[in-house]
Design a protein. Structure first.
Length: 334
């Protein structure tokens, strides 16, 4: 599965530009599902039929955070705006890729004082991207205004720990792909929704289930990991302790019966798990709660360090246990 994770995380796919990711996923799963379709917005929805008369949906978003070119300076340096939750601190010194061209992010400053001040007060106003050209005309040929860029850093395998850009949420996509390939004797009909533009407002999740009658929906996404030095004290999620069953975040409160269903399935099958109360953020579960007359929803999260950076790190054992848990839920009564 690590080769799958490497391949899918290294794809280019900022919000609204998920085509490469969607094509890759479709090729991976087309021979393992009963039906597959792409809706008008670009969500990819696959179906594995069951016989219980109930339908569950597993969701993972295909997009990653990025930037978009807003202005080109006379010497060819780019000014950018965020696409999704982009912290300027994580951009400094990182490599960004635009149309196959890699650039590096620098900080403005015409004096030592101004440079120090800008480092202390980083914003998208005082950083720039250098794509290795010397004129505005050259830059316009490579990355004209409106061009989307993403982090260029690749996959690193530490054994049980893995690191890459775009683990959020390509790891969820990889988990769903692996679940599809391993799913046998599923009792429920399972929809697998690979959704677009989560990072800019949960866009795909508001429409992906609209043409279906879904009994329960679960978003598969990353969450913060609080096992680093001096981490936030009010949360306890950690790498290697199993997938997290979300209780709430800033956008949704997980359905109580869905939480119990996931927990009991994990306990009955000796799958380690943790509870998650996230004090910020949100997932596509909030979108499914607001679909049609409402879908009881929850989230299963992968603890991840350094989220929304070029170097998102997680535990491979948590990934494997999430695949086991999803396969178990496909045949667990409710």
């Amino acid at each position: 599965m690590k080769e799958l994770i490497k391949n899918i995380t290294e794809l280019y796919g900022p919000s609204g530009r998920e085509d490469q990711v969607r094509d890759f996923i479709k090729e991976q799963i087309k021979d393992h599902v009963d039906d597959i379709k792409t809706d008008k917005l670009g969500n990819l929805i696959a179906t594995k039929k069951g016989n219980s008369g109930k339908t569950i949906l597993f969701d993972a978003h295909m997009d990653e955070i990025g930037v978009v070119v807003t202005h080109i300076l006379d010497k060819g340096f780019l000014k950018v705006e965020q696409v999704g939750g982009q912290n300027p601190v994580n951009l400094i010194g990182s490599r960004l890729i635009f149309n196959g061209r890699i650039g590096v992010v620098g900080v403005e400053g015409e004096s030592e004082k101004e440079l120090k001040d800008n480092y202390k007060n980083l914003s998208l106003d005082n950083i720039f991207v250098d794509i290795g050209v010397s004129s505005k005309e050259e830059a316009e040929k490579i990355a004209p205004i409106g061009t989307f860029g993403t982090f260029a850093e690749g996959f690193v395998d530490y054994g049980n720990y893995c690191m890459s850009k775009a683990m959020d949420d390509r790891i969820g996509c990889a988990i769903l792909i692996e679940t599809i390939k391993n799913m046998k004797d599923n009792q429920h009909t399972v929809l697998f929704a690979f959704t677009i533009q989560e990072e800019v407002g949960l866009v795909g999740s508001f429409v992906s289930a609209y043409d279906y009658e879904v009994d329960r929906a679960i978003a598969i996404d990353v969450t913060d990991s609080l096992d680093t030095p001096k981490a936030l004290k009010r949360m306890s999620m950690a790498l290697g302790k199993g997938p997290c069953i979300k209780i709430k975040d800033n956008l949704s409160v997980s359905d109580r019966e869905v939480v119990e269903w996931i927990k009991n399935a994990a306990l009955a099958n000796n799958i380690p798990y943790q509870f998650e109360v996230l004090t910020f953020g949100g997932t596509n579960a909030a979108g499914y709660q607001r679909t049609k007359s409402g879908i009881p929803s929850g989230t299963i999260s992968i603890p991840t360090r350094y989220i929304h950076s070029p170097h998102e790190m997680l535990s491979y054992s948590d990934v494997e246990n999430t695949v086991k848990l999803l396969n178990t839920l496909s045949k667990t009564n409710f």
